[in-house]
Design a protein around this ligand. Structure first.
Ligand SMILES: Cc1cc2nc3c(=O)[nH]c(=O)nc-3n(C[C@H](O)[C@H](O)[C@H](O)COP(=O)(O)O)c2cc1C
Length: 243
């Protein structure tokens, strides 16, 4: 009798184990074919970065351009609350006082997704507009290149430079000449943008070509400072088409 009970118990155990095995096999099959480690690895990788996106990301990482600009505002110690309406050279943007060339530089940097470097002189220009005009004229006639406050970083890592400055007496402001003295642009592309009150580029494109004969100098857009806001779309479009 004892043997029969034991035999019956063993048969029950065996049957229930077989049923459990069949169940787990079904579960596996319903979740799809199992994968080798390599296959799983491959699937994870392809989920993270599709190849097409990877090349777009890489292109972004390879975007080696910089915006370099000179503007009167950053080079003048204006008192707080300066009256923007008193000068065509001062803009109020989101509560901040900005120069015309600075506004353009910021749009370009946003559109190109690149770094920005401002050219800053050691000794600021006078707050009075007419005094600045006179000082700039003297600097030009005497060939004085003001000392720069900003350490001009190594431009070696950049392929394209967007250069933005105001027309001063039909020429580059002398601090921009100081900047050219400090850097070598051979083999680089220089896209030039200028702000003015009627003179446009004057001879600045030819001057830059003479200063940097081994660079590719391209005329960007000449913007009338008094209506710089109206040119935002144009500037962004130029950069989008040429970057
Ligand atoms: C010293 C000085 C000289 C200037 N000379 C000229 C000029 O010869 N031709 C011109 O069209 N505008 C001239 N302007 C006007 C500036 O080019 C114009 O206001 C520009 O938009 C200023 O840009 P910013 O705000 O970035 O300094 C001169 C302005 C200054 C301060």
């Amino acid at each position: 009798m004892r043997r029969r009970i034991l035999a019956a118990f063993l048969i029950c155990m065996t049957l229930s184990m077989l049923a459990a095995c069949a169940g787990s096999k079904e579960e596996k099959t319903s979740s799809g074919p199992s994968m080798s480690v390599d296959e799983q690895d491959q699937e994870e990788k392809s989920e993270v970065v599709p190849d097409e996106e990877k090349s777009a990301d890489q292109a972004q990482a390879d975007n080696k351009s910089i915006v370099v600009y000179f503007s009167r505002v950053g080079n003048t110690d204006f008192p707080d609350g300066v009256d923007a309406s008193s000068s065509a050279s001062i803009q109020i943007d989101d509560g901040a006082t900005k120069g015309n060339a600075q506004m353009i530089a910021e749009w370009i940097a946003e559109e190109a997704g690149c770094d920005t470097q401002e050219i800053l002189v050691k000794d600021s220009y006078p707050v009075d507009y007419d005094e600045t005009v006179d000082q700039a004229r003297d600097e030009q006639s005497e060939g004085t290149k003001p000392a720069l406050k900003t350490e001009i970083g190594n431009m070696g890592g950049y392929d394209t430079v967007y250069l933005v400055f105001p027309n001063w007496w039909g020429d580059l402001p002398m601090p921009v000449y100081s900047f050219f003295d400090a850097c070598d642009f051979s083999g680089k592309k220089i896209n030039v943008f200028i702000t003015h009150e009627g003179s446009g580029f004057s001879g600045t494109i030819d001057t830059i070509k003479e200063l940097e004969p081994e660079a590719e100098v391209t005329e960007g857009i000449a913007v009338r400072g008094g209506s710089v806001d109206e040119e935002e779309e144009n500037i962004r479009q130029w950069v989008a088409e040429n970057k």
